[in-house]
Design a protein around this ligand. Structure first.
Ligand code: UD1
Ligand code: CA
Length: 451
């Protein structure tokens, strides 16, 4: 059996009523990616070659999201939610023709680790016909219980509603994740599964006892309770997010970054962080962010879809929006917003500034309060600031506009025309002085008051 020949079937047809959401449950996000994407990613990371998803009617969005992640993915519709075995029947076309292994996963179980999936595949390779991922539950309520025979072999799974008091006292539970070495076995077992049970549903879990009756071998792979956490409510979504964040932070620290207060730093599933990076407290990093070696992110920054080059400094209180690209040793300081703009090597944008749809040349200095006026109410336009340019504080650069290399913009200017290299541009009205004016006014006011 090669991992590439394994088919993963992800069940996601359940309505997810408890989420109380217009969005299908598996599209709710964890660390910036839909739950379904996390499941598909661990499947791919385990080397599993093929995956398909079972959705309910009116869940076109789930199908579309699945295909956006993997265009080769088949999406099957289960017309009515008659149970987990019925859901697999809806995907029959995916495994009927071949006889490879089939792994059944849930779309709402996003924390499953690749290592655990590999252990399941290992058991199949070692000769098990059916493998179940089990876990020791602190509170087993709601879960199927794993039943063992006198020889300690897995004999079946009993759903909570059908369990005797003695069975309910058991704490080793079914995670819901099952695997079958041969899809022909799965097909045969599925046709034997009935719905004569407390819920009147076709339980996939019945496949274990049926397999045993055929003399087949069923095995358990144990996982920790965390990684098989099922998300059914917003509260469980928050629990899963916290667990996922803990993993992401640990990975970043293991890779050589310092998080001063890890619990206050929020990462995304795809955040890349280099070595000797320092991240101060209260930083939120959205999807698509790359942070190179030696970067310092000071407190209270919000960063999305941005690239931060080696040695750069960001914040405190900076916002990097999509398309922000900071080169080596660039500085972006407090209350600065950067969007769709390249800040070249060593350039400084240190205070109270908006740079959007722009490029800032190497070692340029952008003064406090500078605004690139990139939007005219209809379209966005670019601002180009040359290498070594100096933009005086409180300047407005009305795009499209180019400031040449080494040019100098006087403070408070509104620049609407291109400025040649090394020139000085000034647009403010000349200063006027009235000698003694203030003293005269003060004296008059003092006289009026004393009357
Ligand atoms: C299931 C298991 C139970 C296990 C628990 C772990 C069965 C019969 N029971 O119970 O042993 O302890 O998961 O969380 O399998 N789904 C469909 N179509 C359906 C029904 C379900 O696609 O007709 C999907 C759901 O979207 C969900 C998954 O299957 O992703 C599990 O369904 P759910 O109804 O939540 O099963 P449980 O009762 O929790
Ligand atoms: Ca469930």
């Amino acid at each position: 059996m090669t991992q590439a020949s394994v088919l993963a079937i992800i069940l996601a047809a359940g309505k997810g009523t408890r989420m109380k959401s217009a969005l299908p449950k598996v599209l709710h996000r964890l660390a910036g990616a839909p739950m379904l994407a996390h499941v598909l990613r661990s499947v791919a990371a385990a080397g599993i070659g093929r995956a398909c998803v079972v959705v309910g009617p009116d869940m076109d969005k789930v199908g579309a999201a699945a295909r956006a992640i993997d265009p080769k993915l088949d999406v099957f519709v289960q017309p009515e939610q008659l149970g987990t075995a019925d859901a697999l029947k809806a995907a029959r076309a995916a495994f009927e023709g071949s006889d490879g292994a089939v792994l059944v996963l849930y779309g709402d179980t996003p924390l499953l680790r690749t290592e655990t999936l590999k252990a399941v595949l290992g058991e199949l390779e070692a000769g098990a016909d059916v493998v179940v991922i089990g876990f020791e539950a602190e509170d087993p309520t709601g879960y199927g219980r794993l039943l063992f025979d006198d020889h300690g072999q897995l004999a079946g799974i009993r759903e909570e509603k059908d369990a005797s008091p003695a069975e309910r006292a058991l704490t080793l539970c079914n995670s819901g994740i099952l695997a079958f070495r041969a899809s022909k076995t799965l097909g045969r077992l599925l046709s034997k599964i009935g719905n004569d049970n407390a819920k009147g549903e076709f339980y996939l879990t019945d496949a274990v006892a049926l397999a045993r009756n055929e003399g087949l071998h069923a095995r358990v792979v144990l996982s920790n309770a965390e990684e098989v956490l099922g998300v059914n409510s917003r509260a469980e979504l928050a629990t899963a997010e916290a667990l996922m964040q803990r993993r992401l932070r640990a990975a970043v620290m293991a890779n050589g970054a310092t998080l001063v207060a890890p619990d206050t730093v929020f990462l995304s599933h795809d955040t890349e962080v280099g070595r000797d990076v320092l991240i101060e407290p209260n930083v939120v990093i959205g999807p698509g962010v790359t942070i190179d070696n030696g970067v310092t992110i000071r407190a209270f920054c919000h960063i999305e879809a941005a690239k931060i080059g080696p040695g750069a400094t960001v914040g405190p209180f900076a916002r990097l929006r999509p398309g922000a690209a900071l080169a080596k040793d660039a500085h972006v300081g407090n209350f600065v917003e950067i969007k769709q703009a390249e800040i070249a090597e060593g350039a400084k944008v240190n205070h109270l500034t908006y740079i959007g749809d722009a490029s800032v040349g190497a070692r340029a200095n952008v003064g406090a309060g500078t605004i690139t006026c990139n939007y005219d109410g209809f379209a966005k336009h670019r601002t180009e600031i040359g290498a070594g340019a100096f933009i005086g504080s409180n300047s407005s650069l009305v795009a499209p506009v180019k400031i040449g290399d080494g040019a100098y913009i006087g403070s408070g200017s509104v620049i609407t025309k291109d400025v040649p290299a090394d020139a000085l541009a000034l647009t403010r009205t000349p200063q006027e002085e009235k000698a003694g004016w203030a003293a005269k006014v003060r004296a008059r006011r003092a006289r009026d008051k004393s009357k």
